[in-house]
Design a binder for this molecule. Structure first.
Ligand code: ARG
Length: 457
């Protein structure tokens, strides 16, 4: 018998089905069904024979899924119903006992929590691998100067190691965000039933222990409605992808003929179908462009959850594709970034030539005057005036005459001034904690290494 007098409209069935995407949850669905079955028998809610028959059927279903031999049917609305149908075909009527004291509402919340937990752990390890690649590259280019930029204008010279380590700190923060997301999946939804709890004396703690949850969700209404952990994962992923987009953007700029700071490995670039000379940084460009897609998934799930009345609503089925696409997109982006950094060849000469631009020592000249008692704002004006004279007369700062220098400020020592225009002087004078002086970068490298080791432990 059915509650319904007519079959589903095929268009409704197409709208309603989630099988095409949620089949990817089958591992988790089988794992939770096994734990649930064992608990039902241990609590004498089903018999031991029932348990054995259900577990044997679950094993058979698992083998079919592993072998890609599971025959999905048109009527299978989602992975949960498909597996239960097949269990019943294999085990006979006892298959109908699998869903005792369980609803698809707590079932799906449990599968998604398990999936999110795995995905957050996986992302954390991939972030570690990229951070390690950047640390290795920083170590290999410890004292290679290049210009640091603001507004994409040459600002002050820095060491390449210092610049690469900036990304490591972003990734270490991403790492913490993924750990947080993982920790948000610690409460077991299963056992909440449809929303109000179940009419059986279940042992939720046993199920939690078997499935690796830290504890049982304390409120059944919250348990079936909660997707915060998915939002937390997406949020961590969105920020991480945004970091990768900045790295990708810099690799695109740096590998251009105009910059020439880096040569990307051939394995991570592609040719043009029409211009034979070209080597395009497609992978880096895609790192740049994938970030907004992940941010959109986060935004979309916020939209799904927004103002959603308690408890389960079919809206919640829309959590999955946002989550799945984010997991896949982030995974390939992190791996690509790691591959590119591992294979990148930096061009020391080009970077050093750009960093030798005397104009970028202007701040240091101003500081030289500050140390001689001139107020910083006045110094700024004096040096700006010198830059203007040099630029307008087509000379470099080093070509200004002693007379011009002293005319700008009687505190300006021409010998010290010319020394300041060399890039090493500028770099090595940045001695503040976190600055670019080599001793500070070495310190920072050590700190980054231990922070990473701490995470990985
Ligand atoms: N496919 C559904 C989902 O992904 C499973 C839960 C269905 N529950 C229900 N009461 N219709 O959310």
């Amino acid at each position: 018998m059915s509650r319904f007098s007519e079959p589903q409209d095929p268009v409704f069935a197409r709208l309603n089905t989630s099988l095409s995407f949620d089949r990817r949850l089958w591992h988790h669905d089988i794992a939770q069904s096994r734990a649930h079955t064992r608990m039902l028998a241990a609590q004498a809610i089903i018999g031991d024979d029932d348990r054995d028959a259900l577990l044997a059927a679950l094993d058979a279903v698992e083998s079919e899924l592993v072998a890609d031999a599971f025959a999905f049917e048109d009527g299978d609305e989602d992975i949960h119903m498909a597996i239960e149908r097949r269990v019943t075909e294999i085990a006979g009527a006892v298959g109908g006992k699998l869903h005792t004291a369980r609803s698809r509402n707590d079932q799906v919340a449990t599968d998604v929590a398990l999936f999110t937990r795995d995905s957050a752990g996986h992302a954390a390890r991939a972030v570690d691998a990229l951070a390690q690649a950047l640390i290795d590259a920083a170590e290999a280019h410890l004292d290679w100067p290049l210009p640091g930029y603001t507004h994409l204008q040459r600002a002050q010279p820095v060491y390449l190691s210092h610049h690469l380590l900036a990304y490591v700190w972003m990734l270490l923060r991403d790492r913490e965000r993924f750990s947080f997301a993982e920790a948000q999946t610690a409460a077991l939804p299963l056992g909440a039933g449809a929303l109000a709890g179940v009419n059986f004396d279940t042992d939720r703690d046993a199920v939690a222990a078997e499935l690796g949850f830290d504890h049982v969700a304390p409120n059944s209404i919250d348990a079936v409605s909660n997707r915060d952990f998915a939002l937390d994962y997406l949020s961590a992923a969105a920020t991480c992808a945004t970091h990768l987009s900045r790295l990708g953007a810099e690799l695109v700029l740096w590998s251009s003929e105009e910059f020439g700071f880096v040569t990307l490995p051939d394995a991570w670039t592609s040719g043009s179908s029409i211009m034979p000379q070209k080597k395009n940084p497609d992978a880096a460009e895609l790192l740049r462009a994938k970030a907004p897609r992940i941010v959109a998934h986060l935004s979309a799930l916020h939209g799904v959850m927004h103002a959603l009345p308690l408890t389960y609503n079919k809206d919640l089925q829309e959590d999955k594709e946002h989550l799945f696409d984010t997991v896949d997109t982030l995974d390939v982006c992190l791996a690509a970034a790691t591959g590119m950094i591992r294979g990148a060849r930096f061009n020391g000469e080009r970077m050093s030539a750009a960093a030798s631009d005397e104009l970028i020592a202007a701040t240091d000249v101003a500081d030289h005057l500050v140390k001689r008692g001139v107020p910083f704002r006045a110094c700024h004006g004096i040096v700006a005036g010198l830059v203007r004279v040099a630029v307008e007369s087509g000379r470099s700062l080093g070509e200004l005459t002693d007379g011009e220098l002293v005319a700008a400020s009687d505190q300006l020592d021409p010998i010290a001034f010319r020394e300041l225009l060399t890039q090493t002087s500028s770099l090595e004078s940045k001695v503040s904690v976190g600055g670019t002086a080599l001793a500070r970068v070495r310190e920072q490298l050590g700190a980054a290494r231990s922070a990473l080791a701490l995470h990985a432990a």
